[in-house]
Design a binder for this molecule. Structure first.
Ligand code: NAD
Length: 252
């Protein structure tokens, strides 16, 4: 099929499904200037992530964690939603899409206007005390760390402060995970967008949806392990693919 025919097929499924769900990974935000993890030039080509247990146990690991977070803070703060985020928000507004299950922590779906957003890995838009759960705006704390090199502590209880994101080795919030699984099982169309579909639950949610009868569409530049199970795989840039589908949805 040609690219246009692929877009038309997705537009048709979207209009027919009644209950589509989008699942997004770091790839949807690269066109907003936030690097993904696994592509060349991505975060992992520069530094190794700090494991949650190490963060809890070691002052040195906490310093490295804060160094990495402060390094990416500028990219995250400057980023604006792109055409891909915009299309998903419009489909939700039009009642074609329930909403978005995302692995991303950048808040760009909400900025684009998406209302139903399940953040599996939390958000980088807040810093939370691991003891009393008081939340802080990241801006001033990042500034403080960059100026002093000292890892900040909670004003209220002195507890450890960490971005409200899920680190490697840290459990995902069970209620968010349960709702993501339910939405995946109940949808008629599952759009997996910009994820290598390697880590859990990214690897299993599309499978769950497909096994329950949903059509599975994968939009990703590189091949994924689930391509063989998908009803359709689209390889272009996410912004242009979703914009192309959106145009056909709007034309009817
Ligand atoms: P990943 O890095 O493993 O995979 C991203 C995929 O997107 C790649 O396979 C790549 O081919 C594809 N891609 C990148 N840009 C694309 C584009 N413009 N068009 C089409 N395809 C494109 O990402 P993942 O599966 O989401 O796993 C990484 C983890 O890292 C996530 O759990 C997430 O929490 C975290 N993360 C989040 C952000 C963010 O919030 N923006 C950024 C980096 C990492």
């Amino acid at each position: 099929m040609s690219e246009q025919q692929d877009w038309r097929q997705v537009a048709q499924w979207l209009c027919e499904a009644g209950s589509a769900v989008a699942f997004t990974g770091a790839g949807i935000s690269t066109e907003s200037g936030i690097p993904d993890f696994r592509s060349p030039g991505g975060v992992w080509s520069k530094s190794q992530p700090v494991m949650y247990d190490d963060f809890l146990r070691s002052a040195e690991a906490r310093r490295e964690y804060w160094r990495q977070k402060c390094e990416s803070h500028a990219d995250f703060s400057a980023a604006r939603p792109n055409a891909g985020h915009g299309a998903l928000a419009r489909w939700e507004e039009a009642g074609l899409l329930w909403g978005v299950i995302t692995q991303n922590i950048d808040g760009l779906h909400q900025d684009a206007g998406s209302r139903n957003v399940l953040e599996l890995h939390g958000t980088s838009r807040a810093i939370e005390c691991l003891e009393c759960h008081r939340r802080y705006d990241p801006g001033p704390l990042v500034k403080e760390f960059l100026a002093t090199g000292a890892v900040p502590a909670c004003d209220a209880c002195g507890g450890l402060l960490k971005h409200a994101t899920i680190s490697f080795g840290q459990a995902l919030p069970p209620e968010v995970l349960e709702e993501a699984a339910r939405r995946s099982r109940e949808c008629g169309l599952f759009l997996a967008i910009g994820s290598s579909l390697v880590v859990e639950p990214a690897a299993s949610l599309p499978r769950l949806a497909h096994a329950a009868g949903a059509k599975l569409v994968i939009v990703n530049r590189d091949p994924t392990g689930l391509d063989g199970q998908a009803d359709l795989v689209l390889r272009g840039s996410i912004g242009s693919v979703l914009e192309g589908v959106d145009r056909l949805v709007t034309e009817g």
